[in-house]
Design a protein around this ligand. Structure first.
Ligand SMILES: [Zn+2]
Length: 268
């Protein structure tokens, strides 16, 4: 049996903390933002089938409260500036980012989620630990980071609630936050499984490659996936700002997709 006292991140024997997947500071913001949403009642109906997120109990206080909380604070700042906003269809925004802080946080969330669900990519994420902990930026090159915006979508109430018989519609805003997978079929490459982190209007995709692999494979993949997924953009380590166009996906489709991913993920 695994030694229960060894921290998953620093591999040292220390006292553990107990945390939910979504850091408290961010969860509070998400909750407050959702309460402002007039259609949240409808949205929560859709989300009701999702089981409660279990807690993470294998991270030491130092990693959790110091090393990883730097990433959480960065994301909270981004939340207050960007993620709080619901982006409209066709709207263009300039998204300013610190590449490594953002990607390290997304990998941390993915790794925590992978352990909760014993996901197939737990090992691949574990290999990214030196990068997540900020000790090896070069290692991060084996993971590509893409961004996509989701727009509000009109949906019939009866699609969400079977007790509704009228054709009344509501505007569903992208208010979900979830960590999951998407499956992307590439000609000659087969199926590639990507991590996806939804944060309201923003979705971030992570594509994993062998650390020793060449750049050509990544470049090919970028051109294929960005040509197939409208509005998807690759974020780059040597840039700090990108223009994103909100043409990616409607909120209802995104929500339905992420629900099915959620069900697929734990079996992976
Ligand atoms: Zn630790």
């Amino acid at each position: 049996m695994k030694n229960q006292k060894i921290c998953t991140y620093c591999k040292e024997e220390k006292k553990f903390t107990k945390e939910h997947l979504w850091p408290n500071s961010l969860h509070k913001r998400l909750y407050a933002a959702n309460e402002q949403n007039e259609n949240y009642f409808w949205l929560s109906r859709l989300q009701r089938t999702i089981p409660n997120e279990p807690t993470i109990k294998d991270v030491c206080a130092h990693c959790n409260n110091i090393t990883l909380s730097i990433l959480d604070s960065y994301i909270c700042n981004l939340f207050d500036r960007d993620f709080i906003n619901i982006i409209k269809f066709n709207e263009k925004i300039s998204f300013e980012y610190d590449y490594h802080l953002l990607k390290r946080w997304l990998l941390k969330m993915s790794y925590n989620s992978a352990r909760i669900h014993s996901a197939h990519d737990e090992k691949a994420l574990e290999e990214m630990l030196p990068y997540i902990l900020g000790k090896n930026d070069k290692l991060g090159r084996s993971v590509q980071l893409f961004a996509l915006l989701t727009y509000p979508e009109e949906v019939k109430k009866k699609e969400i609630d079977k007790t509704v018989t009228s054709d009344e519609t509501i505007i569903l805003e992208p208010t979900i936050h979830r960590v999951g997978h998407i499956f992307f079929r590439v000609p000659n490459l087969g199926q590639k499984i990507l991590r996806i982190v939804h944060l309201r209007s923003f979705s971030f995709l992570l594509a994993f490659w062998p650390p020793a692999g060449g750049k050509a494979e990544q470049n090919d993949f970028e051109s294929i996936i960005t040509s197939k997924m409208n509005g998807l953009k690759l974020l780059r380590a040597n840039e700090k700002i990108i223009t994103l166009e909100c043409v990616g996906m409607g909120a209802y489709r995104s929500l339905k997709d992420s629900r099915s991913q959620f069900e697929i993920t734990p079996q992976g």
